[in-house]
Write a protein that binds this ligand. Structure first.
Ligand code: S3P
Length: 429
């Protein structure tokens, strides 16, 4: 797909449902008794992979455009699937489902696409094995396909080396089936959607500092869940709104959970003008974001802030490319094991657009240009089939001289199927 520079970005966009929360609503609904109704569910390929896996585990799920209905059967209601479960491109499906499968009285094989088969799974194999499950990486490389043989589990207190909500959630989900409480203490807090939503379904989940503890065998009950808009999808419009000259946009229905809203803090630190409107603080908090074009300057992004904006770092790098002075991103080695190696892929593509960027072991250094002197130019971009890379470069193209072509632009369907339409509308065409 081809893109051109614009000086027009105006109007409103309503952000589709949060990917992390959509996955969890289906999973927790399946493990609850009775009906769970989910509105504003993200109809992205990743969440559809979760629906497909749970259908194959014996759960009836109706998928209508405005409402997902899950006919849950309780903690012991899953049945052995015929054949291999396919998580597609979804790390959340693979890792969280592994935690659930670890406790089932049957054996399952779980795999996914070429990207999933390269992503590290030792981070869940290790703690789930400590709890008593048997998990074999069939390729012997600690990646999927994983053969998971469920077993009676024991509670553990685990201290993951990586800060990952997928790891934390896999352990807590296994902990629902354990013989005693299960705790996870993180080095810094990762997104807490599992803890919040498990509580909504009736689980006893306690949190203190960076420790989350789940008590076993809750009687989970079906719920009505309204999924807030995904701040990780809103991020592309936040960046575009700050960068495109004269931009003035309203981004509606954005989840602003404090474990996810790091991009708002970074945008503010860079000089971005974002106003929160219509804030709703109940449950998962939401707001509308009013964003106007702002001159940006470089900043340092590191430490505990990283997990709160991990998926937004590619588009933050684009913001940095058009900011005055250097932006330094550290403590983000996890970027190397996402859907693509996001450090290498950002360096490859931003360099192709004329940006001065250096990749480091755990981040990037981006030496931006003065906003009045935006020096990015169009290029052929290879997103490496990574949805967040494709959307980041669609944003970069809006401020780049000449034409930008994204060769594998279709991958946005993973998390935001209507992304290009929504962007085009704001650009007035
Ligand atoms: C997610 C957690 C994050 C994030 C991913 C979704 C989740 O991954 O990058 O897109 O839904 O829990 P990690 O937990 O591996 O950091």
């Amino acid at each position: 797909m081809k893109f051109r520079k614009t000086n027009h970005l105006k109007g409103e966009v309503t952000i589709p449902g949060d990917k992390s929360i959509s996955h969890r609503a289906v999973m927790f609904g399946a493990l609850s008794k009775g009906k769970t109704e989910v509105s504003n569910f993200l109809q992205g390929a990743d969440c559809l992979s979760t629906i497909d896996c749970f259908r194959r585990l014996g759960i009836e799920i109706e998928n209508r455009p405005d409402l997902i209905t899950i006919h849950g059967k309780g903690l012991d209601g899953l049945s052995a699937p015929a054949g291999i479960l396919d998580a597609g491109n979804s790390g959340t499906t693979t890792r969280l489902l592994s935690g659930i499968l670890a406790a089932q009285p049957f054996e399952t094989t779980l795999t996914g696409d070429a990207s999933i088969q390269k992503r590290p799974m030792l981070r869940i194999i290790e703690p789930l094995s400590m709890m008593g499950a048997h998990i074999e990486s069939l390729g012997g490389n600690n990646c999927a396909p994983l053969k998971i043989t469920g077993a009676p589990l024991k509670g553990i207190h685990y201290y993951p080396k990586v800060i990952s909500a997928q790891v934390k959630s896999a352990i807590l989900l296994a902990g629902l089936y354990a013989d005693s409480p299960t705790s996870v203490t993180e080095l810094a807090i990762s997104r807490n959607h599992s803890e919040l939503m498990l509580r909504t379904f009736g689980a006893d989940v306690r949190t203190e500092g960076t420790t989350a503890t789940v008590f076993p065998r809750p009687a989970l009950q079906g719920q009505k869940i309204r999924v807030p808009g995904d701040i990780s999808s809103a991020a592309y419009f936040i960046a575009a709104g700050l960068l495109v000259p004269g931009a003035d946009i309203l981004i509606r229905n954005v989840g602003i959970n404090p474990t996810r809203n790091g991009i708002l803090k970074v945008a503010e630190a860079m000089g971005g003008n974002i106003t929160l409107l219509n804030e709703n603080k109940e449950g998962e908090p939401t707001a509308d974001l009013h964003v106007t074009c702002s001159p940006l300057h470089g900043t340092v992004i590191e430490g505990d802030m990283i997990p709160t904006l991990i998926d937004e770092l590619p588009v933050i790098a684009v913001m940095a490319a058009a900011a005055e002075g250097a932006t330094i991103i550290k403590d983000a080695a996890e970027l190397r094991v996402k859907e693509s190696n996001r450090i290498d892929v950002m360096v490859e593509n931003l360099s192709a657009m004329g940006c001065d960027i250096t990749g480091t072991e755990d981040g990037m250094i981006i030496r931006g240009h003065h906003p009045s002197d935006r020096l990015l130019h169009g290029a052929v971009i290879h997103a490496h089939d990574d949805h967040r890379i494709a959307m980041s470069f669609a944003v970069a193209s809006l401020i780049a001289e000449g034409e930008t072509e994204i060769t594998d632009s279709k991958c946005v369907a993973i998390s935001y199927p209507d992304f290009y339409d929504d962007l085009r509308k704001l650009c007035g065409n």
